[in-house]
Design a protein around this ligand. Structure first.
Ligand SMILES: O=C/C=C/C(C(=O)O)=C(/O)C(=O)O
Ligand SMILES: [Fe+2]
Length: 295
């Protein structure tokens, strides 16, 4: 069993580094911590970065989680290889490029590239947010997979994850600490990053960002709304090259694992994702959510 400490980062390719960085800074509000000719690193909290862009082909390159130390990394390598996965150990240059001390990479059974890292660099200075979006931290990573039930089996068999809630066969929200979910899998045609989430300090921040993004012509995919699973007030919006961002406020914590009863939400119900039954544009990119559209 591989014990996950935390989420670490999303690493994404981009065919237009300037535009990708401009959006992450000016619209999302992240701090640009480092920029080279072909790389950009952005942060939302004390992690050195939670999002990096690599110039090249557009599309997510990896989603990363933190493990406690090298011994756990070595054990993870052994366990995943024994499960039949191809596991690669990152070399020194690749680790430096990720601002971690060591890492391994593998593809989950659906083709999502996952990196497990040790010693992600911490930046103790306060985040110099590019705009006052109210971001408090990098909140969660949500992957796509064609078979959510099989994904749940994979992530709970090999990793310290537990399901918090199901949305039929359309989504599985999982936790590895008291936060309702820091990892989720949504049904998709293939592998992919469904979205990356940033927690914000208040409902006001969600609403202010909604107006700000609309005023700037940004495509709102869904929200403002309230997720019945975590209870969080959310807003999904689309960045360049199809990268979906989410702000949310008020995620539930599950302090007593034994007392938690996993719930099942019916994806065909209009309030399965949004208790407020607001409109959604997510259906265009995620046909499996069509049943979730209001009205
Ligand atoms: O579709 C349901 C989404 C639920 C939540 C939540 O309960 O907070 C998410 O954040 C999500 O996975 O987007
Ligand atoms: Fe989310």
């Amino acid at each position: 069993m591989i014990t996950i400490q935390d989420i670490a980062y999303v690493r994404s390719g981009t065919a237009d580094l300037e535009t990708a960085v401009g959006f992450a800074v000016d619209m999302v509000g992240l701090e640009l911590v480092e920029r080279t000719e072909d790389r950009a690193f952005l942060r939302a909290d004390n992690r050195h970065h939670c999002l990096s862009f690599v110039a090249g082909e557009a599309g997510v390159l990896a989603s990363a989680f933190t493990l406690a130390d090298e011994d756990q990394l070595a054990d993870a390598e052994t366990e995943l290889a024994a499960a039949g996965l191809t596991v690669t150990r990152g070399d020194k240059a690749a680790a430096v490029d990720r601002h971690v001390r060591e890492f391994i990479a593998f593809e989950d059974p659906f083709g999502n590239v996952v990196e497990l890292v040790v010693d992600q660099k911490e930046v103790p200075t306060p985040v110099n947010f590019a705009r006052a979006a109210g971001i408090t931290e990098f909140g969660h990573i949500c992957l796509d997979a064609p078979d959510v039930r099989a994904a749940h089996k994979f992530w709970t068999r090999h990793f310290s994850m537990k399901v918090s809630d199901w949305i039929g066969d359309a989504a599985c929200l999982m936790r590895f600490d008291p936060v309702h979910h820091k990892m989720a899998v949504f049904k998709g045609a293939g592998p992919g990053l469904c979205h990356m989430n940033f927690q914000v300090a208040s409902i006001d921040d969600v609403m202010r960002s909604w107006h700000f993004l609309v005023d700037n012509g940004i495509e709102i995919e869904q929200g403002p709304g309230r997720h019945p699973q975590s209870g969080a007030v959310f807003l999904y919006f689309k960045g360049p090259e199809g990268l979906t961002y989410e702000y949310s406020y008020g995620v539930r914590r599950i302090e007593d694992d034994d007392a938690w009863r996993v719930r099942y939400f019916d994806p065909s119900e209009p309030d399965a994702i949004d208790m407020w039954r607001g409109p959604t544009n997510r259906c265009a990119s995620q046909p499996q959510l069509r049943g979730l559209a209001a009205g």
